[in-house]
Design a protein around this ligand. Structure first.
Ligand code: 13P
Length: 281
């Protein structure tokens, strides 16, 4: 079934954290939804604006919707980290069921005002919205922050942001970094506990899942994180598997591409299933 993110949160309440996995190419989409179907766990597929433009908004929505609607498991399609309000409106008009407005590098007041505009447009289309307070460092497609710009979320800012914008989910900066695949993040649990205590039922989102150790994943799930994003690990694994299959001695010009991409898609499916096990209570 094709749903928005809030519907997924409600359905999965009390069962753990929902995994949000970045789509890097159209080829991997069926494997991603298959992973969810095999685990019978809802899934959020998300794209950067760059990926959406590369694949084409309409084509991507049509593929995800068609695959989602023939399965029982719930799937949402989410636009990840987007700073362009017009592009978000386009995503909503084209059928994305969820969007993230990322105004985290803006002054708080401007972030709030822009997020409110997105929330109001999204509400009218039954689309869920994620916002962000406190910038998460690293490299996000087209959005690059240095490690020094990785600013922890300030509690008072998060409280005001959540109250005034009415977002459905809030990305917080508690020590993770996007694209961290060579080392592991050090999570600030004290801050996470404070955010949980003060923000009540606001659903928190952890970005930069690739750099989070399994034990920290389990802790974050137990501590009530509602959505965890994983992107780079899928991209890196896809490249690793493709590199091996494409250079194998058996490859000739008559070898079908599907035989070469199949193993990479299978690996994506396995990784998602492994994360889904970690994310369940
Ligand atoms: P990673 O690429 O580090 O897993 O982060 C993904 C993410 O947070 C997307 O918003």
């Amino acid at each position: 079934m094709y749903k928005n993110m809030v519907e997924l949160f409600e359905e999965f309440e009390g069962k753990g954290t929902i995994g949000a996995f970045n789509v890097h190419c159209l080829e991997m989409v069926p494997a991603m939804i298959k992973a969810a179907e095999e685990m019978q766990v809802p899934i959020i597929l998300q794209t950067s604006l760059g990926t959406a433009e590369y694949i084409g908004f309409e084509l991507l929505v049509a593929v995800v919707r068609a695959l989602a609607e023939k399965e029982k498991v719930s799937t949402a399609l989410h636009m990840d980290h987007c700073r362009d309000i017009e592009a978000l409106k386009k995503a909503i008009d084209c059928g994305y069921s969820s969007v993230m407005y990322d105004g985290s590098v803006l002054p708080l007041e401007e972030n709030i005002q822009n997020t409110k505009r997105v929330v109001s447009y999204a509400r009218a289309h039954n689309v869920s919205v994620e916002g962000e307070v406190g910038a998460i460092g690293g490299t996000e497609d087209g959005v690059v922050l240095s490690k020094d710009e990785n600013m922890y979320t300030r509690l008072e800012d998060a409280m005001r942001f959540a109250r005034e914008t009415g977002v459905d989910a809030l990305a917080v900066s508690i020590g993770t970094t996007h694209g961290q695949y060579k080392s592991k993040a050090k999570i600030n649990y004290e801050l996470l506990d404070d955010l949980r205590a003060e923000l009540g039922d606001v659903r928190l989102v952890l970005h930069g899942g690739t750099g989070v150790a399994d034990e920290d994943m389990r802790q974050c799930v137990k501590k009530g994180m509602k959505k965890i994003n994983v992107g780079t690990e899928l991209n890196k694994s896809y490249i690793d598997v493709v590199r091996t299959t494409f250079t194998s001695d058996e490859v000739t010009p008559l070898t079908s591409l599907r035989r070469l991409l199949g193993p990479a898609n299978d690996r994506v499916k396995e990784i998602i299933k492994e994360k889904m096990v970690l994310f369940q209570l």
